[in-house]
Design a protein around this ligand. Structure first.
Ligand code: X2X
Length: 335
């Protein structure tokens, strides 16, 4: 954050013109950087820009939030370090990747935990989300209340269609940098390779990975269909982004501006959820028309394979009883 004291702004009025020019009257008192890993046309980027515009306007120019979408500031891993050091003030990150710093934050990604969006939002806007936000806070970051939707994830492939867990045996699949992702695809018998999203398109193009998994909206917007042939509708997990803030940056705002920033970011998050829900209605047809071949799968077979491999028992132990029982109270028994 770059902070210009109000005093300096007020004093500006009494300074000679050439000095005023170097410090325009509209210079913001609080200048923030906000970053994400999503293409500029993804609803996440669009709605974040709108939030930044509303915040600038409603604060009378006191808060200036500049958006850096599409990995402009580096990979997710880089941006998380920048957020922690204060080089970056706000950042949306998948809970599963955040788990490299805040282990319980991956819990929403447990395989086949959520059956639909109603269950997701009830849990993440409710007790499960509150629990994870508390853990984020303990590790020195602030999480806004409303999560942003990434979506239910589907498996794509350039080599062979994945229909059954058996088809995943030895399959070189890119996964984001996160222990839960690696563990889950290892449990399914695949050979996961951890790669940040910034490098996914080229990793698929050069066949460093045969496949990957992402929500349909992102497969479309990031044009992954150009380098993938099949899409298996596994919906194997739900993934969302936490809007995170550096604590010093956020706490450096007076309470009224904290409330304004949080309210506008949360408002945009809810709108982004609606955008993705709308996209979900048409995206499969669009991807089909672009040549992606859809594959129906036997979802319970994938879930059974995870169970047989001890995935649920293993992760229950890793998270501990409290978060696991909150998750189960939202989604039903997982073991
Ligand atoms: O890295 C991914 O695959 C992405 C874009 O879905 C996430 O941010 C987890």
């Amino acid at each position: 954050m770059t902070r210009l004291p109000r005093r300096a702004l007020l004093a500006g009025a009494a300074l000679p013109l050439f000095v005023i020019r170097t410090r325009p009257a509209q210079a913001a008192e609080f200048s923030f950087k906000l970053a994400n890993n999503s293409p500029v046309t993804h609803p996440q980027s669009v709605r974040q820009q709108e939030a930044a515009d509303r915040i600038r306007q409603a604060s009378g120019g006191r808060v200036d939030m500049q958006l850096f979408p599409n990995n402009q500031l580096g990979s997710d891993t880089d941006m998380l370090s920048q957020l922690r050091s204060g080089a970056l003030d706000f950042f949306t990150l998948s809970g599963l990747i955040l788990a490299t710093l805040v282990p319980p934050a991956s819990i929403n990604g447990i395989g086949f935990a959520f059956k639909d969006y109603d269950t997701v939002w009830k849990a993440m806007d409710g007790r499960l989300g509150a629990y994870v936000r508390g853990e984020i806070d303990k590790r020195g970051l602030v999480a806004m209340e409303k999560m942003w939707d990434n979506g239910f994830r589907q498996i794509t492939s350039s080599t062979r269609p994945i229909k059954t867990p058996n088809d995943l045996k030895g399959f070189k699949i890119r996964v984001p940098v996160s222990p839960l992702w690696t563990s889950m695809f290892q449990a399914l018998g695949a050979s996961p390779v951890s790669i940040n999203f910034a490098e996914v398109y080229s990793a698929l193009q050069t066949k460093i990975a045969e496949g990957e998994e992402n929500p349909l909206s992102l497969i479309q917007i990031a044009k992954l269909y150009e380098v993938q042939k099949y899409c298996s509708m596994t919906s194997h997990m739900w993934d969302g982004f936490w809007m995170l803030a550096n604590k010093r940056s956020f706490n450096g705002l007076p309470p009224d501006l904290q409330a304004l920033v949080a309210a506008e970011l949360n408002r945009s998050a809810v709108q982004e959820r609606e955008d993705i829900a709308k996209l979900n209605g048409s995206v499969a047809d669009d991807l089909r028309s672009k040549g992606l071949e859809f594959v129906e799968v036997d979802k319970p077979a994938f879930r059974d394979a995870l169970k047989q491999a001890g995935f649920y028992a293993d992760w229950k132990k890793k998270y501990g009883d409290e978060p696991w029982s909150i998750l189960e109270s939202e989604v039903g028994s997982l073991s």
